[in-house]
Design a protein around this ligand. Sequence first.
Ligand code: DP6
Length: 324
Amino acid sequence: MISWTAEKPSNIALIKYMGKKDKEKNVPSNSSFSWTLDHLTSKVELEIQKGDSDTWEPGESDFPFEMSSLGREKFLNHLQRVKDHFGVKERFKVKSANNFPADCGIASSASSFAALTEAAFKACEDLSSKKFSIKEKAMMSARGSGSSCRSFWSGFVLWEEQSLGPQDFAINSLSHMVVIVGGGAKKVSSSLAHKKVESSLLFEGRAERTRQRLEKVLEGLSSGNWSNLYQVVWAEFWDMHALFETSEPSFSYFLPGTFEVLEKTRSFWEEKGDGPVVTMDAGPNVHLLWRSDQKSLALEFYDQNLKSHWTTLSNIEDIGFARV
Ligand code: DP6
């Protein structure tokens, strides 16, 4: 039995990819910028099988999950895209699994598409003896799911229409927490959100606003101005959620707990003059990023505001996956 495996991490965007210039090829309407979440990974295994189609099934994991039929179709279509790129005709059994709970509301699309692309390239390179660079692989991954292309590097990654790759700054180690205020399947997938936001009157100025914010984020990271970074990233996730709220018809990911957690982080900043960079994906959960020298501040925030109220998943050892 011949098989190939790959494991890739998720990432959280500080400047969000939202809106597409080309929906077929996932060409983004604006540049995006992310931090890679090395501790949250997906694993994909490909095994050659007989028969006339590729198939998907859940892999072995402490956190088993199911994929919707639409999700499977998108996943297997991407495998076909990579096979076509190499001219590979073999059929595969695809198994995928995450190292984090499926009900915790973390999007696994970035990590699972990156892992699928990596595993498919390994298989196809062996079967065809063609070779591609990491950037070519990541660009191909974007065709499957845009945000997955940023998961091919650790640290900060910038995805622009014509360029993609890691970015170096003095701040190069961050701790992550995601406060899970709601799990379960989303009513509007992020792929659908990309289409819906075009109906918002705010969409027209979006590319220019993200361009200005990206400049400020890069400047904040270069100069180490953390509170500026917090403000710009805060404005950016609100901008994306404002697009959702002002689409026609409007839609929303916010839950009552979302407002509560956001308010707690803002009060913390007001009280301490310091705190986490706060952001949200297309979901109700709140992501917090802390510098490595803020560990005691992060634990203080967790003990005061999260510990007895919310399930929190973190790569800070003393927190880990803490359910209330
Ligand atoms: C809100 O990459 O999931 O997470 O390309 O249609 O698969 P498709 O969309 P996807 O969109 C991610 C949107 C986001 C912001 C971000 O990660 O940049």
